[in-house]
Design a protein. Structure first.
Length: 363
């Protein structure tokens, strides 16, 4: 759109007139117009590749685990990454055998770093590490797997230094599926929930209570993530001014976004990943997290609409600055949240034939 300054500028008007004349001349020649249009589109595609430079800079800066790196996000991710190896080893089928020496020693080192840097020892990430080491020590003792004392004495010595324990975090545990109320063996309840979940584009003005959002966030935390590193974060935006500023940077909320009483910014912290080989993980983990979040909202009677975050680097940077989001946190999507009115209508949105989606491999 032309600004008032441009409209009053004769040279600007002349340039616009020249472009319009050229465009009309090309359109009068179908072959020339077709060639011009294809060339313009190809040039645009090539120019957009510069967006990858932003991704490369992002990845180089954030996806790196340096020796002794002790910022909270990375330290927690490294701790989770290593003790999850021990957790997985303790539930593997087959004969019990020696395992986990390197990750066990790494967990001890990282726990000491956690304590030395003043991180809260009540944090479930830290206590989970201690409980995992305790379970690992029991496994080695019960199965006589470390007769030469490679790692068990060091684990036991460290456990004597840390009294923190939590019965709720004892690992491993029995599969809890059968104890979930209302979930039948045939999965009927979940299917009904999945069918009920639709993208809502009409909302009542009443804000969603914090306890409902908290419960949905807790459900989202149960989504799988790479080595249980849990990189995702939710930032809830509630005031009209802040919502307007946020939604002005997103290109898919026209006509309804302003009606949502709350909008969530879903991010994934790249500091939870050790190098560029994991460059896709923020989006994979973010998508899984988002699905649990919006299904839980639906289960509690709350509507939602996922809003894409397909923006140029400048827009991404602007929103990071506007809401004080650390640069290491990748914005995955926005989610419009609110109670829908009783007469709310939603698109039918037909799905593809299942035969197009589900394929059975045959050699």
């Amino acid at each position: 759109m032309n600004t008032p300054t441009e409209i009053s500028n004769p040279s600007a008007i002349q340039r616009a007139s020249w472009k319009d004349s050229l465009k009309r001349a090309l359109q009068a020649q179908p072959r020339l117009w077709s060639g011009y249009w294809r060339t313009k589109q190809q040039i645009r595609r090539v120019l957009l590749l510069r967006f990858f430079l932003y991704d490369i800079r992002h990845t180089l800066k954030a996806m790196y685990w340096g020796e002794g790196q002790a910022d909270r996000v990375t330290l927690a991710a490294r701790l989770l990454f290593n003790y999850h190896k021990l957790e997985k080893g303790m539930v593997m089928p087959g004969p019990r055998r020696m395992f986990g020496v390197e990750p066990a020693l790494a967990v001890i080192i990282l726990c000491r770093l956690w304590i030395a840097t003043g991180r809260p020892r009540s944090d479930p990430v830290f206590i989970g590490a201690i409980e995992t080491l305790a379970a690992y020590a029991r496994r080695l003792q019960e199965s006589a797997l470390d007769l030469s004392g490679i790692v068990l004495p060091k684990v036991l010595a460290f456990l004597n230094e840390v009294p923190e324990r939590s019965a709720q975090l004892i690992t491993p545990q029995p599969l809890p599926t059968s104890r979930v109320p209302g979930l039948g063996a045939d999965g009927t309840s979940f299917t009904e929930l999945a069918l009920a979940r639709r993208s809502v584009r009409e909302f009542q003005s009443e804000p969603v209570p914090a306890n409902i959002l908290t419960r949905a966030a807790e459900a989202a935390q149960l989504a799988p993530s790479a080595c249980n590193r849990q990189p995702c974060r939710l930032l809830i935006v509630s005031t009209d001014e802040e919502k307007q500023a946020l939604l002005a940077h997103q290109n898919g909320n026209r006509g309804f976004g302003h009606l949502a009483p709350q909008v969530a910014i879903l991010t994934a912290d790249e500091g939870c990943f050790f190098d560029a080989s994991e460059r896709h993980e923020p989006y994979i983990d973010g998508g899984l997290f988002a699905m649990n979040f919006i299904l839980s909202l639906r289960d509690q009677g709350v509507g939602s609409c996922c809003l894409n975050w397909c923006v140029p680097p400048a827009t991404d940077l602007a929103v990071h600055r506007l809401f004080n989001i650390p640069q290491s946190q990748r914005i995955i999507m926005l989610v419009a949240i609110g109670f829908e009115p009783p007469d709310c209508m939603v698109p039918r949105s037909p799905r593809r034939a299942t035969s197009d989606v589900l394929l059975f491999y045959k050699n």
